[in-house]
Design a protein around this ligand. Structure first.
Ligand code: BES
Ligand code: MN
Ligand code: ZN
Length: 490
């Protein structure tokens, strides 16, 4: 997998600045128009006043908090660049991460020396730096990008390093998710996905793989119908992290459609290549489980992913077919492209029957309709429980991950009524993200607090974001990890 670049914390050493040959990143408070910190004054002196001329300029005034400007090939320094980053000693979490991202984005071969001085949130700078330095390169034949060492100089390196350690576990979880979502479907088959999850046993996770015969025995006709046209076998993978004693676990459930052609209700060719990301929900669940294991979380969490491929074939499911779910309800499959809900119906039911979870969150790249509603800035959140939903939205806010609650209700549910079965798998074009959520709700027990997260717009984006280059974002790993910390480890 893609590994976050290693970051070291050291005591500030002003005498190291002159000869350092990589990039030097200096954090400067927004209202400073002259070099003030010891490191800034030394750099100003070495650069023969260039730093002060910059800080006094209109250009510095226009730099936004967390953003940066390069003074390239500065005279008097061996460095490639002196990067002046706008972030003061009391910058908030978002600004500290953004400042780190500005540094991580341009980190190169020769390494970076970050002068964070007495900044309170230096650990958050390291987190933003690591996240933004991500690159997905396994399929480029050119030499992989090597980034030199990153050294962050601070007043109290040991304290900052301790604070940064669990954040590094989150960054690794985010990278695991991004790699899975970026991976093409000829590589990330259901078998390959399951093998990558099984490999996490080395981290202390318990990983079980249910094969098609097991799923048939359990009665998962809805999930199996989706995968029956594929050469890749359908699977459910269960990951257990037991860090919290004997209590019932919290459950995370992910849609893992490794490729979604639409099936017999085939999608148009334009943009179909993006459907390699249709396992995004399963990717986030997997990334969170990795983070929990890496930071030895004191919580019981079970992660379940339904891995299938939706293909057209002689054996594929047809529009009009009726399948029977594990719950026992029958479903008329009007559109084979509304497959994610069929997969989730059975995995949600199985999770509740087997684990009696204290709460449950599922993630899925479920509908194009949620992109029409919310664009790429916010995940659609649907819930049967205000307590869980508010706690999750709060975690999203704290982590800077966009999320917006959507309505539910009986009138939407009524659109799923079928003439010949217990329900149809689609409810028409209008309110498409909501009728999809209503479908899932039919497979959630009333007394189980539950959220459904439709991440179709947020799992993969076409432009760089603050903390990620374009492509897979890993949206949700940070917020879910925080929710688990706040709810079970407080
Ligand atoms: N995987 C798609 C949803 C999707 C669309 C994800 C765009 C990411 C980007 C899902 O399986 C799907 O095809 N949904 C259909 C449902 C419809 C047939 C009711 C859709 O949204 O068009
Ligand atoms: Mn589909
Ligand atoms: Zn899909």
């Amino acid at each position: 997998m893609t590994n976050p670049l290693p970051i070291q914390f050291q005591q500030t050493d002003l005498d190291a600045l002159e000869a350092f040959s990589g990039r030097i990143a200096l954090l400067v408070a927004p209202d400073d128009n002259v070099a003030r910190s010891p490191a800034a004054r030394r750099l100003n002196r070495l650069s023969k006043g260039a730093l002060n001329r910059f800080l006094d300029s209109e250009a510095w005034g226009k730099v936004k908090p967390g953003e940066a400007t390069d003074l390239a090939w500065p005279a008097g320094l061996a460095a490639e660049a002196l990067q002046v980053v706008k972030a003061g000693p009391r910058a908030d979490v978002a600004t500290a991460r953004k400042a780190g991202a500005s540094i991580g984005k341009s980190a190169g071969k020769a390494g970076v020396l970050v002068l964070a001085g007495s900044m309170q949130r230096a650990a958050e700078v390291s987190f933003g730096l690591a996240l933004r330095a991500y690159e997905f390169e396994p399929h480029k034949t050119a030499e992989p990008t090597v980034r030199g060492p990153v050294i962050i100089m601070v007043k109290e390196p040991d304290a900052v390093a301790a604070e940064a350690k669990p954040m590094a576990a989150v960054a690794e979880g985010v990278f695991f998710t991004r790699d899975l979502v970026n991976e093409p479907a000829n590589v990330l088959t259901t078998d390959d996905f399951a093998a990558r999850l099984a490999a996490m046993q080395a981290l202390g996770l318990e990983v079980e793989i249910l094969e098609e015969a097991d799923l048939a025995k359990l009665g998962m006709g809805a999930l199996l119908g989706v995968g029956q046209g594929s050469e890749s076998p359908s699977k459910v993978v269960v990951m257990h992290w037991n860090g919290g004693g004997d209590e019932a676990p919290f459950a995370l459930v992910g849609k893992g459609v490794v490729f979604d052609t639409g099936g017999i209700s085939i999608k148009p060719a334009g943009g179909m290549e993006d459907m390699t990301m249709d396992m995004g929900g399963a990717g986030v669940v997997s990334g969170v489980m990795r983070t929990l294991a890496l930071r030895r979380a004191k919580a019981n969490v079970v992660g379940l992913v339904g891995l299938v491929e939706n293909m057209p074939d002689g054996r594929a499911q047809r529009p009009g077919d009726v399948v029977k779910s594990m719950k026992g309800d029958t479903i008329e499959v009007i559109n084979t492209d509304a497959e994610g809900r069929l997969v989730l119906a059975d995995v949600l039911w199985y999770a509740q029957e087997r684990f009696k979870p204290v709460g449950m969150i599922n993630l899925a790249t479920l509908t194009g309709a949620i992109i029409i509603a919310l664009g790429h800035e916010n995940t659609g959140v649907f819930s049967n429980d205000d307590g869980l939903c508010d706690a999750f939205l709060k975690a999203c806010k704290a982590e800077g991950e966009g999320a917006w609650r959507m309505p539910m209700g009986d009138a939407y549910d009524a659109k799923l009524k079928s003439r010949i079965a217990d329900m149809m798998n689609v409810g028409g074009r209008d309110g498409g993200a909501i009728t999809a959520a209503q479908f899932l709700k039919r497979f959630v027990k009333d007394d189980v607090p539950w959220c459904h997260l439709d991440i179709a717009g947020t799992a993969l984006v076409k432009a760089d974001t603050t903390l990620a280059p374009k492509g897979a974002t890993g949206w949700g790993v940070m917020a879910l990890d925080r929710l688990i910390r706040d709810k079970f480890e407080g």
